[in-house]
Ligand binder design. Structure first.
Ligand code: DLL
Length: 434
């Protein structure tokens, strides 16, 4: 069984965790109220003062924070420390509006290294590991997050960043990389390129993959473990909270443990804002109780999942969340049916003759929404025999219909015709007018 980086924190009793979270929450809320006028105004408006927060059970008295607040307070309005204490900045890509700016103090960088060391240790890493960080470096948090984790663990970090895939692969082989960190879609592309280069994966030292930053299904996990001959774990995080390292799966493969001694999760009903019980799907919300630069209060992630406090066989007592079903804003509504791209992925990867590359094209014909699913044939299957193609198309159509409860158009496309991703994959083209 893989080691645990910080057993004291990751395996404490529920009572101890409750006590620790309560102490940290009370002092953080007091600090935020004093140092961040934006939060003070929000708390005053809701009629709640720091004195009302006596334990973690009082969390729901506090107001929520959303991406909209971060935009209004752009760039530094939610920082809780003076700029002279901020030593690093990261930012979201800003594809859905103004960028969100996150600021880290020295202690925040150390905290980030600590939570990422937990992740890499869960992947079997230790000070002898060679960790290749193939997430993008720069304003995106992936590259440096994995880097800090590797160094905190005492391992060797190889900062290849994403892209330049063939050089990336040669380094992986020559330097003896043991842990690869990147998005699952980039890992798929790396595996495909290794084959195309005529290299044999069994000649690599690779043992584990630490993949995340986008939703991926269990079917994709199986596919990647086969393709790269490794074990994989799922790493979750978001820029607003710290970047990668908010949570991670363990070898028991039963959800994502959240480092809740630093980031307290809640699940709420996205419509009413009410807290939901364990096991119920809803929107994930985080409160940072140790972060200094940008300590988010009840931040609404828009990620849909559920949580459970049941103990895990790995020995960690940290609360677990299920796989992210997708962001609430990734959900497509087609002819009244809710569709997440991950449902399509699960259905497709169950079929042998398709490659793990697909695209959802949503359009409108008159008043009727349409969904076309483009799927790449695997190179082994690739055929121009009409009967064979029709048979495969029909199989995909039926699978999708029963998985989604919706009739879709299926279009088989030639191997390598869907764009490969070096970071987060784009899986949906929505041509409907907003
Ligand atoms: O993606 C941080 C990160 C980097 C996580 C590297 C893991 C590895 P953002 O760009 O701010 O930060 O995007 C955050 O990505 O709210 C989720 O919707 C999604 N996401 C992140 N990790 C996972 C995951 C980074 N393991 C948003 N599974 C989050 C599913 C994920 N979705």
């Amino acid at each position: 069984m893989a080691k645990i980086w910080n057993p004291e924190a990751e395996c404490m009793s529920r009572e101890e965790m409750h006590k620790l979270q309560s102490e940290r929450l009370c002092s953080k809320i007091k600090e935020i109220y004093e140092n961040v006028p934006y939060y003070r105004a929000k708390m005053d408006e809701k009629g709640v003062s720091p004195a009302d927060i006596r334990s973690v059970d009082d969390l729901s008295l506090l107001p929520f924070t959303s991406k909209q607040d971060l935009r209004e307070a752009y760039p530094y309005g939610l920082f809780a420390r003076p700029l002279k204490d901020i030593v690093e900045i990261h930012a979201t890509s800003g594809t859905t509006g103004k960028q969100v700016i996150a600021g880290y103090t020295k202690n925040d960088i150390a905290l980030w290294g600590e939570v990422m060391a937990r992740v890499l240790t869960a992947a079997g890493g230790d000070e002898t590991s060679v960790v290749q960080s193939s997430y993008g470096y720069g304003l995106f948090t992936g590259g440096l997050g994995a880097h800090y984790g590797a160094q905190t663990m005492g391992a060797m970090a190889i900062p290849t960043s994403s892209g330049n895939t063939e050089r990336q692969i040669r380094l992986m082989k020559d330097l003896g990389t043991t842990i690869l960190c990147c998005t699952p879609s980039y890992a798929t592309f790396i595996g495909e390129t290794i084959r195309d280069m005529g290299l044999d994966i069994s000649e690599f030292k690779l043992k584990a993959g630490v993949f995340g930053a986008e939703p991926w299904t269990v079917e994709m996990k199986r596919e990647l473990e086969k393709l790269l001959n490794i074990k994989t774990i799922d790493v979750y995080g978001l820029t607003e909270i710290i970047g990668p390292g908010v949570g991670f799966s363990c070898e028991k493969e039963c959800g994502i443990h959240i480092s809740e001694d630093h980031f307290i999760p809640e699940i709420i009903d996205p419509e009413t804002g009410e807290n939901l019980p364990d096991g119920t799907l809803g929107e994930l919300v985080f409160t940072c109780v140790t972060k200094e630069g940008l300590p988010m209060m009840r931040y609404r992630t828009r990620d849909i999942t559920s949580i459970t406090h049941e103990p895990c066989e790995c020995g960690r007592t940290l609360v677990r969340m299920g796989k992210i079903q997708g962001r609430s804003d990734d959900m497509l509504i087609i002819r009244g049916v809710n569709v997440f791209p991950s449902q399509v992925e699960s259905a497709l990867l169950d079929i042998t003759d398709v490659a793990p590359y697909y695209m959802l094209v949503v359009d409108r014909e008159g008043t009727r929404d349409t969904l076309e699913v483009q799927v790449e044939m695997s190179p082994e299957f690739f055929s121009d025999e009409v009967r064979q193609l029709e048979k495969l198309e029909k199989e995909i159509y039926e699978k999708l219909k029963s998985a989604l409860g919706l009739a879709t158009k299926v279009k088989l496309v030639a191997p390598k015709s869907i764009a490969r991703s070096e970071g987060k994959a784009v899986r949906v083209i929505d041509k409907r007018k907003k």
